[in-house]
Write a protein that binds this ligand. Structure first.
Ligand SMILES: NC(=O)c1ccc[n+]([C@@H]2O[C@H](COP(=O)([O-])OP(=O)(O)OC[C@H]3O[C@@H](n4cnc5c(N)ncnc54)[C@H](O)[C@@H]3O)[C@@H](O)[C@H]2O)c1
Ligand SMILES: [Zn+2]
Length: 357
């Protein structure tokens, strides 16, 4: 399956790696050197299969970093740039990003800034990066715990979605990726939401339609508003609260994944949607019980509310230190640029704490 994005293609399926080998054969001579950027897990679980399917990559230089959000930093980028420079990588070098959202976000940024920009391909290997992080051209690293504070927009030359790579993904990371999948449905497609609610999570037969649907939703939104002037902001549903919780966890050294934070964020922001956007109670209950059945929802320590508000104020989604949200009107329909007061946010978080089981 092919999804056409802005001047690049997203290929989905088991055969796309063989196709990639042909592409590299065709473009041989146009690139001087290939780097494969990965972490220890994608190196162990995905690299051998990649090389087996894409013999043109034999001889590529491997750059492996330690996994984890705490390593999504400028300082690691710096190390990689030095390695590339020492290897005499010129402007015709290319980077293949093989890994999850951390590798794709950071590898894309490394490529985009090296000698003012070299080509890069994304081969995302987590559910989250396949349905979300690899599409849309957002590239970034964190700064002092502030999520994605330093970054840029630049599209890859190609995105290859290989479902086989998900076979080794730990269950917890699989669940984390589902947060973005539910988000896609909640902001834009009630029918897709019903499909997801009725889905047996253990049944892999759903996987390819889920990948295709979610990637199409994300791609359609970014095609209309690449620079996030309007519509693309709907993809931030769950993320104003979610990023604050994630930043706080990162600072305190707590073990919390992006999707786990976003799941909490989506429930709190649905409560805000009820409080200020006319969202129906019945639909809230459906969202809450569905997410509760999938994600390990934790209560938010009320002593940390001032810190969380501070993270939200500093979020790049805001102007004039007002806190900006994407809220739901109903399932499948979102509205962006919704300002909520600190009192409303605190009340929504308290309501969340009392309503989760
Ligand atoms: N650019 C965007 O538009 C965008 C969108 C959503 C999320 N993100 C970013 O993505 C990141 C989260 O992505 P993620 O959840 O993929 O995190 P991740 O990259 O940390 O990957 C999760 C874990 O899975 C391991 N892993 C990767 N592939 C594997 C495989 N096939 N088998 C076994 N283990 C594997 C990784 O080593 C890591 O330990 C966050 O930094 C978030 O900000 C970016
Ligand atoms: Zn996200």
């Amino acid at each position: 399956m092919e999804i056409q994005s802005d001047k690049y293609s997203i290929y989905i399926g088991s055969e796309v790696l063989q196709e990639f080998n042909h592409i590299l054969e065709d473009f041989q001579g146009q690139y001087s050197k290939v780097f494969i950027f990965c972490d220890e897990n994608s190196s162990q679980h995905c690299l051998p299969y990649l090389i087996e399917q894409v013999p043109m990559l034999i001889g590529a230089e491997l750059i492996e970093i330690e996994s984890g959000e705490q390593n999504k930093t400028l300082s690691i980028c710096n190390d990689v740039w030095k390695t590339m420079s020492e290897s005499n990588a010129d402007r015709n070098a290319v980077i293949v990003n093989l890994g999850g959202g951390v590798i794709c976000d950071m590898g894309g940024m490394i490529a985009s800034l090296y000698k003012r920009g070299i080509r890069f391909f994304h081969i995302p290997t987590t559910l989250l990066s396949q349905v979300d992080a690899s599409v849309g051209g957002k590239l970034a690293v964190d700064l002092d715990g502030h999520k994605n504070q330093i970054g840029l927009f630049r599209n890859p030359d190609l995105v290859l979605i290989v479902p086989e790579f998900l076979k080794t993904l730990p269950q917890r990371h699989w669940i984390s990726g589902l947060a973005e999948v539910y988000k896609h449905a909640l902001i834009s497609d009630a029918e897709y939401w019903s499909f997801l609610v009725g889905m047996d999570l253990k049944n892999e037969e759903y996987l390819s339609s889920l990948l295709h649907k979610s990637i199409s939703i994300k791609n359609n939104i970014v095609l209309q508003d690449w620079e996030e002037k309007g519509l693309r902001k709907t993809l931030n549903f769950g993320h104003t609260i979610g990023h604050a919780i994630e930043s706080q966890a990162l600072e305190k050294g707590r073990d919390l994944l992006h999707g786990e934070a976003v799941a909490i964020g989506m429930i709190v922001e649905t409560i805000l949607s009820q409080m200020s956007n006319g969202f129906a109670e019945e639909e809230f209950q459906t969202i809450k019980s569905t997410l509760e059945g999938v994600f390990p929802l934790q209560a938010i320590d009320e002593a940390e509310l001032p810190d969380l508000i501070e993270w939200m104020r500093n979020d790049k989604k805001n102007d004039d230190s007002q806190i900006n949200f994407t809220l739901l009107k109903k399932i499948g329909e979102a509205e962006f640029n919704k300002i909520c007061s600190v009192e409303q946010i605190e009340e929504a978080i308290r309501t969340y704490n009392t309503c989760i089981n």
